[in-house]
Design a protein around this ligand. Structure first.
Ligand code: 5AD
Length: 348
């Protein structure tokens, strides 16, 4: 049956909802042939090259209270921090010296961090490294704000939709957070010309196979330049503390499905993969991921940006260990490349 699905995929270049459902319900049967196919497609477009992005987690303040997330507003255990512009600049300079050509500014939805400051930071980064791409990952904002950031040089934007199914979305978020608004933000970002990334957690509480099918269908309609997914990882100080973490195996299957659906998209092997399995990063790559995001955040704050327990932020997740990362990726048969790695599909 998986052979038929893959043969049909070769003929049509697509997977139906039934195909995706079948794969998710028959992971063991699907795994090897599916990964073989997803790697073949990845190689066709990316030639065993892995792009890297320097991740800067600049603020862990957040006004939202997502039930799964360790930096939710309601978690009083978190020591909150915001990087100063000076520290951010040093971080970018250090990353640029290592050769990074993409910087990702990620933070909670921090009301104490004015939109204009992000505009200034964008100007500063482009002054330090004019060739570098800048990706923002700072949540939901009015379209006018996104437009100003675009004008200031932001190239890409990451905003996971988290779950397309309305009931499931409500089970993951308080009622103040609206799924429709998030989707509107994604459409606004696309219309402004950002390379847009979306995504979801795999194995989040209450998630069904059908929810995943809906997530893939939504993404297919959005046609994003990037899709970030990772397993849900339990955090001890959230309302979901008693739910088990998601599975690395199922996440790898979902990465492979994404590769079939989006041959040219930039798909990261995420930190959450590496957090749950010591070879998680490699398993993402072997399933069809082509991006890795080493952590450039200053070591002093790295432990405080804990979206989930035991988050991998040191060893090869740490940008200072780039050379060792290069060696290990080479041992896997891939090559880390330092280019910007822009989306090569059609522009929005
Ligand atoms: N486990 C895995 N991923 C998480 N995120 C937030 N909390 C968790 C968790 N407990 C993800 C969300 C968010 C991204 C920045 O991190 O999908 O969009």
């Amino acid at each position: 049956m998986i052979d038929e699905i893959l043969k049909h995929y070769d003929d049509t270049g697509t997977l139906s909802d039934e195909d995706i459902r079948y794969i998710l319900e028959h992971e063991d049967e699907a795994r090897e042939p599916l990964f073989k196919k997803s790697r073949e497609i990845t190689e066709r477009y990316f030639h065993k090259k892995i792009f890297v992005r320097g991740l800067i987690e600049f603020s862990n303040y957040c006004k939202n209270n997502c039930y799964y997330c360790g930096i939710r507003r309601g978690n009083g255990e978190v020591e909150r921090y915001r990087l100063s512009k000076e520290v951010m600049e040093h971080t970018v300079e250090a990353g640029a010296a290592m050769g990074f050509k993409t910087f990702v500014l990620q933070g909670g939805e921090d009301p104490g961090f004015p939109d204009e400051d992000i505009t200034e930071w964008l100007h500063a980064i482009k002054r330090i490294e004019p060739d570098a791409a800048v990706t923002l990952s700072v949540g939901e904002r009015p379209k006018s704000v996104y437009a100003r950031w675009k004008a200031a040089g932001a190239d890409r934007f990451l905003l996971r939709h988290e779950s397309f199914n309305p009931e499931h979305y409500k089970k993951l978020h308080p009622s103040s957070m609206k799924r429709e608004h998030r989707i509107q933000c994604l459409r606004d970002l696309k219309s402004l010309g950002f390379q847009v990334g979306s995504g979801f957690m795999v194995g989040s509480p209450y998630q069904t196979v059908e929810n995943l099918v809906e997530d893939f269908r939504f993404l297919k309609e959005l046609e994003p330049a990037m899709v970030g997914i990772g397993p849900y990882v339990t955090h001890h100080a959230t309302p979901f503390k008693n739910f088990p973490s998601g599975s690395v195996e199922r996440t790898a299957i979902c990465i492979a499905i994404l590769r079939l659906l989006f041959p040219k998209a930039n798909l990261p092997s995420t930190t959450a993969m590496q957090t749950l399995a010591k070879d998680g990063r490699n398993r993402g790559i072997l399933a069809g991921a082509n991006v890795f995001m080493p952590n450039l955040s200053p070591a002093a704050v790295r432990g405080q940006y804990a979206l989930y327990d035991d988050k991998a932020a040191f060893q090869l997740e740490a940008a200072e260990n780039l050379e060792e990362l290069k060696r290990q990726i080479a041992a896997l048969g891939y090559e880390i490349v330092m280019s910007r790695g822009d989306y090569m599909g059609k522009e929005s």
